[in-house]
Design a protein around this ligand. Structure first.
Ligand code: PEP
Ligand code: MN
Length: 338
């Protein structure tokens, strides 16, 4: 629920309201708007009816939040959130392209790719050191060694680094090597991991599960915000459908749907969304047209020998062409891109 306070509410009155809410076992979050203050009440839904503040002299109005997700909803936060990843704003006027290989394979592979994507205009570097593979026999990532390579290349080239964390036990280690954590599609439903990254005060890219509804994605983000971390970027990366021509079906509907309902930035991953290199650029343009705030894209110096996701990875000249084609579309939509 949201409690709107009267403009003349007194500090003592507000304290009384906060004490009432917390004594029930609920959490009260104070939000100062233009000239007025409101209190968002979250917690066990079964306890909400115990809130008894209708007659309080400092309360103007009490409204239920209609959506099951609360803190990610525009109902509790109307303006767009901009998440800053290592100095790079995601979700504002600038359209962000974050590029890199699916997996960290070696220092030279990471450095060559990073140099090329930076020169072509990417503002962030993506790559996985812990890889959630469908098969236990597939390359699982370099682990800590991969994180060290990523950190070194990112800091040498002054590029913020985004990398996946798969396990709650690894959260602190991964966080110490990156500017932004990624929760992958296979872990979107892992509420322990969501709560663990919610305890941090650093950006998180949350990817939509391959069989998750948009509402599931929003509720997964709610887990992170409910722990106090509001630096969340949502990522549409395609869902499983009956279609087998492509690896996944990129759900373009989800982009404006999410933008209308949540204040969080929304980025799109056309690499996993299609699984097909030749479809990456057209779907990135489509995502921009649908209102995405940026793109996560896989790029490899030699996709033929990539240890994961080579078929959907752009090569280095391919990424340059990708940027040349995407730039005019983004600018025609009134947004900025280098
Ligand atoms: C990735 O980004 O390489 C990845 C594994 O993504 P997803 O979780 O969307 O499959
Ligand atoms: Mn991948």
């Amino acid at each position: 629920m949201i409690i709107f306070l009267k403009p003349q509410a007194t500090p003592e009155g507000v304290q009384e309201i906060l004490t009432h809410i917390t004594s029930i076992g609920l959490t009260a979050l104070t939000r100062a708007g233009n000239g007025s203050t409101s209190i968002i009440v979250i917690g066990d839904e079964g306890l909400l009816p115990s809130v008894d503040l209708k007659g309080h002299s400092d309360v103007e109005e009490i409204k239920a939040i209609r959506t099951p997700y609360k803190l990610v909803s525009r109902e509790t936060h109307s303006h767009d959130t901009v998440v800053t990843v290592g100095g790079v704003p995601i979700g504002g006027q600038r359209f962000a392209v974050i590029a890199g290989p699916c997996s960290v394979e070696s220092h030279s592979q990471m450095r060559n790719t990073a140099l090329a994507v930076k020169a072509a205009g990417a503002v962030g570097l993506r790559a996985g050191a812990f890889k959630p593979r469908s098969s236990p026999y597939a390359f699982q990532g370099l682990g800590l060694k991969g994180l060290e390579i990523l950190r070194d290349v990112g800091s040498e080239l002054a590029m913020p680094v985004i990398t996946e964390v798969m396990d709650t036990a690894d959260v602190d280690m991964v966080a110490a090597h990156a500017q932004c954590l990624q929760i992958g599609a296979r872990n979107m439903h892992n509420s322990s991991l969501l709560k663990a990254v919610g305890q941090l005060r650093m950006p998180v890219v949350l990817k939509r599960g391959m069989s998750a509804k948009v509402e599931d994605l929003l509720l997964a983000a709610e887990y992170i915000l409910a722990e106090g971390n509001d630096q969340v970027i949502l990522c549409e990366r395609g869902i499983r459908t009956f279609e087998t021509a492509t690896r996944n079906t990129l759900d373009l509907n989800a982009i404006p749907y999410l933008k209308q309902r949540t204040h969080l930035p929304v980025v799109v991953d056309p690499s996993h969304g299609t699984g097909v290199r030749s479809l990456v650029t057209p779907m990135a343009k489509a995502a921009a047209a649908c209102g995405a705030d940026g793109i996560l894209v896989e790029v490899h110096e030699n996709p033929k020998v990539a240890l994961s996701d080579g078929a959907q990875s752009l090569d280095l000249p391919g990424f340059q062409r990708f940027m040349q084609e995407l730039g005019p579309v983004v600018r025609a939509l009134g947004r900025e891109m280098p």
